[in-house]
Design a protein around this ligand. Structure first.
Ligand code: MG
Length: 451
């Protein structure tokens, strides 16, 4: 499987997503279920996050799958990585009803393959063809599927993580967990308690109206978590997005840990245990590559999107390469010894392990990392592709990488310019070793673009 991006009509980088009742309707999700059921045979595991619309969409996707002859295993409410783990271990395919970090009015569908990874572009395009042609397989009365319920499988997921951290490394460590009223309410506090931590929760009751904070774990939304970390004397705080495939951290002083720093810190720990390759998209902060090279490991870049990271990791592993870690600079990290998908619960447990094995507070570990300056910006344009060509020709004397968009390398600095696949905008990221250099490069790039 190549890690090259392919154009899709219905599915984005992370499945189908939209505003409920407007972009995402029950008949659409029914048709997605029928399309998946037409392509896949056997037992399909289905789950959802805590969104108020989740119950509707789970019912219709199950109806579509059953009508096309698949058997259903309903896993109830659970994190996306938990469903991915369960599918990998026991089932033929999966469907997760979730809109991840989007606000409460959104919902969506992620399709999971038998190995636990999200469906790749080629298969998704096949599914879209069936969807748009309405060429569903509709079974007769004697071939309709059956449904069983299997909420107990969540235990297998929790055990898979806790068994990787034997000897109660969390003893003496207090952690404040903010699952944001999402499905990690029933996993991350359990995982951390079982590895020995004292756990305090905030936003710890599942609620699809998200009364405490939005599903995106932004520094602004995590103010209550930060306050509670300080007043409780906890070692750190951890928060998840709406389906808990991402984890972000607050240090013991209540400071938000920037996600590329989080990635670099965990990468350093993993590289010190085992040499190998770290896989990440071209958009990830340079800090990760700096740390990985310092530890004599190597880095492999992919297009932007966790699926490209996960599939590249799997493909390299199948070729016999030592792939030790991967992920994105947004707190979505992949531990290949556990599974080839981002896992927020696993990331939280890994942070406990790091504090235990280094014996240092989180703020001190972060302060040891090199400092980088990141500028993010976007401009509205309908001609994103032409604009990228202009940028490329303007910097023809520099080293350019086109894994995804145009990445221009200068001394100790780069800029990534990408056209969005879903909106009429072009995004910029500039990553530099000094602030002034980054600001100058940003200005220069923007002037080319605005011309
Ligand atoms: Mg997510």
């Amino acid at each position: 499987m190549s890690a090259t991006k392919m154009e899709k009509k219905l599915f984005g980088t992370n499945g189908v997503r939209g505003i409920v009742g407007k972009d995402l309707t029950p008949d659409m999700v029914l048709a997605i279920g029928q399309s998946l059921g037409t392509m896949r045979k056997g037992r399909i595991a289905v789950g959802r996050d805590t969104r108020t619309s989740g119950e509707v969409f789970v019912k219709v996707i199950k109806a579509g799958l059953l009508a096309s002859g698949c058997d259903i295993v309903d896993c109830g409410i659970l994190p996306t990585p938990a469903l991915q783990y369960i599918v990998k271990e026991y089932f033929d395919s999966g469907a997760m009803i979730t809109a991840s970090h989007n606000p409460p009015e959104y919902n969506g569908v992620k399709i999971i393959e038998s190995d636990g990874t999200e469906m790749g572009d080629e298969e998704t395009i096949r599914l879209e063809k069936i969807f748009f042609a309405r060429s569903f397989l509709t079974q007769t009365w004697d071939k309709i599927g059956h449904e069983i319920s299997a909420p107990h499988l969540l235990e297998q997921y929790i055990n898979a993580i806790t068994s990787k951290f034997p000897g109660k490394p969390g003893e003496g460590i207090t952690v404040v967990v903010d699952p944001g009223s999402g499905p990690a309410c029933i996993t991350t506090p359990r995982i951390l308690t079982e590895i020995g931590c004292k756990v305090i929760t905030i936003n710890g009751i599942m609620d699809g109206t998200f009364p405490g904070r939005l599903p995106e774990p932004s520094p602004e939304g995590l103010k209550n978590l930060a306050d509670l970390v300080k007043t409780s004397g906890a070692a750190f705080g951890v928060a998840h997005d709406g389906d808990a495939d991402r984890a972000v951290f607050i240090d013991e002083n209540g400071q938000f840990v920037e996600e590329n720093q989080e990635f670099a810190l965990i990468a350093r720990q993993i590289c010190r245990n085992k040499q190998g390759i770290i896989v990440t998209p071209v958009s990830t902060g340079q800090i990760v590559e700096i740390i990985v090279r310092q530890e004599n490991c190597s880095i492999k870049y992919t297009p932007v999107g966790s699926i490209y990271v996960a599939r590249t990791m799997r493909t390299l592993t199948e070729k016999g390469e030592s792939v030790i870690f991967g992920g994105e600079g947004n707190g979505g990290l992949i531990f290949p010894e556990h599974q080839f998908c981002r896992d927020g619960g696993m990331t939280a447990a890994m942070m406990v392990h790091i504090l235990k094995s280094t014996g240092k507070p989180l703020s001190e570990l972060i302060a040891q990392l090199p400092i980088r300056y990141i500028i993010k910006d976007k401009i509205a344009t309908k001609n994103g592709i032409d604009l990228l060509k202009t940028v490329k020709s303007s910097y023809s004397k520099d080293i350019i990488d086109e894994t995804d968009g145009v990445k221009i390398f200068k001394e100790n600095m780069w800029a990534l310019v990408r056209a969005s696949g879903t909106e009429p905008i072009v995004r910029f990221i500039i990553d530099s070793d000094t602030k002034d250099k980054g600001i100058r490069f940003h200005k220069e790039l923007k002037s080319y673009v605005e011309k």
